[in-house]
Design a protein around this ligand. Structure first.
Ligand code: ZN
Ligand code: MN
Length: 478
């Protein structure tokens, strides 16, 4: 809250569907090819051509609608959204206006303050535009139409986001759902997920929404959160000083951390929407919807709840482990391979993710197999190696792919847990330090710490700490 004002934000997300061909023609959607090599008369908007709807794209869009718990429209149609821009060869985009694919859904998000549900207003299908490439110093621009006609869904969230943190959590949860269900890869570096924010502020307690500003084309979740932070503060300051909010579209400048005006907002009527005459309305029958529902995998939220219930994981750990499907699969493989569920979760969340991240790897693609991790966990569990040694071994297995037990043997890292062997060492240390023994008997309890240090030194850190402490006390008291 900024000077009595609170932020209200809604997020619109454009997501590229995971198809190999475009929405209305057979051109490839492959990323990064030479400009204008994946084009045809349909996606270049030549006169007289006819669009044909990509069946796979409608399957994925339907799957998204169901994954977001929307109601799917009995009949849905495409419309033309008319506007002029050099990256739009037809001068209209085929989109959906008044009969979108799906409405009234929801998405559960996890924030530091707990769980929350954000409503989804609608999910509709549309095609992407081309891409303008500006060559500043030569003062020329080129256009690449490879992206024109690539299938997208637009997911419009309700204005229920109350903080930058919630915006980040919403985008994270949405990406997880879309990736789990194979709807999109959501690779933001390839522009497969882009978001726009609608931001307004109002006095706390007010129920009416304030005038809103749109921030376009954010290509990172962090930028979205920073843009919200800046923009809500700008609006609150403006209102507090007696100003008014102009409905406009702004752009976020990540370098400066500020938003700048781009244009004054168009209304829907400026787009002169009308039904796309070349595509008949689509109907999803009950069978197709039921089939799509059956094909949905277990989604992240459900998996998180199951991980907490079945494996006793803490909420935070379960959230991290289920954020991405391959990571959740990796964790479950560790459990199936006999790893203690809680220990496996802790090791992955605390150490494996950090180390693989440092190496620029993903756990599931690293040399540390679930079997390796399980072996390491049981070595620690049986008291054969210390935690410190285990971390060292983890790094070594990640680098070489060698079995943890082989590394333990080779480096002589096995903990001394043999009471007889340990007793001998303790005896030596006690005999060699009569003054510390006298200190202890005089009531100086820190003498124990001194003896533990001596035993560790004598065993090169391999003494089982709990056993060592016990033995020392027994010997000193006896
Ligand atoms: Zn084409
Ligand atoms: Mn759109």
């Amino acid at each position: 809250m900024i000077g009595g004002y609170e932020m209200v934000a809604g997020i619109e997300v454009h997501v590229q569907l995971a198809t190999t061909t475009k929405m209305f023609c057979g051109c490839s959607t492959a990323f990064g090819r030479p400009p204008n090599t994946q084009v045809c008369p349909v996606c270049l908007g030549y006169p007289g051509v006819l669009p044909v709807v990509n069946r796979r794209a409608t399957d994925l869009a339907l799957r998204a609608a169901l994954a977001l718990e929307c109601s799917v429209a009995a009949t849905t149609k495409f419309d033309r959204k008319n506007y002029f821009y050099p990256d739009l060869p037809k001068s209209y985009q085929i989109s959906q206006y008044d009969l979108p694919l799906a409405t009234e859904g929801r998405l559960a998000i996890e924030t530091g303050k707990g769980a929350k549900t954000i409503g989804i207003i609608r999910v509709h299908m549309e095609e992407d535009a081309g891409k303008l490439l500006h060559h500043g110093e030569r003062d020329v621009s080129h256009v690449d139409m490879n992206r024109a006609g690539v299938p997208l869904i637009e997911i419009v969230g309700k204005p229920e986001i109350a903080s930058p943190e919630e915006a980040h959590a919403y985008l994270t949860a949405l990406k997880a759902v879309l990736r789990y269900a194979g709807i999109s890869n959501c690779d933001m570096e390839k522009g497969e997920l882009r978001c726009d924010l609608n931001v307004s502020v109002r006095l706390a307690g007010e129920s009416r929404l304030g005038d809103r500003v749109e921030i376009k084309n954010l290509n990172s979740f962090r930028h979205a959160a920073r843009a919200l932070e800046y923009e809500s503060r700008r609006q609150a300051d403006l209102l507090a000083s007696g100003g008014a909010i102009r409905q406009e579209t702004r752009l976020f400048d990540p370098e400066k951390g500020t938003t700048e005006i781009m244009r004054v907002k168009e209304d829907a009527q400026d787009y002169r929407y009308f039904p796309e005459p070349d595509i008949p309305p689509l109907t999803f029958g009950a069978d197709r919807i039921a089939e799509a529902r059956r094909d949905l995998p277990e989604l992240p939220q459900a998996r998180m709840d199951r991980f907490m219930g079945a494996f006793g994981l803490a909420r935070g750990d379960a959230a991290v482990l289920t954020a991405d499907r391959p990571l959740a699969d990796y964790y479950e493989s560790c459990v199936k391979a006999g790893g203690d569920p809680r220990a496996a979760g802790k090791w992955i969340v605390n150490d494996v993710l950090r180390l693989t991240n440092e190496r620029g790897e993903l756990p599931e693609a690293s040399k540390l197999t679930p079997e390796h991790l399980v072996e390491l966990i049981s070595l620690v569990g049986r008291g054969e190696i210390t935690n410190t040694a285990a971390k060292e071994i983890l790094g070594e297995t990640l680098a070489s792919g060698r079995r943890p037990s082989a590394i333990v043997d080779e480096r002589g890292l096995r903990q001394v847990s043999d009471a007889g062997a340990l007793e001998g060492v303790v005896r030596q240390v006690v005999d060699a330090n009569p003054r510390a023994v006298a200190d202890y008997r005089a009531g100086k309890s820190t003498a124990v710490t001194f003896f533990i240090g001596q035993v560790m030194r004598a065993t090169k850190g391999k003494a089982n700490p709990a056993m060592t402490t016990d033995l020392i006390r027994k010997m000193l008291d006896g």
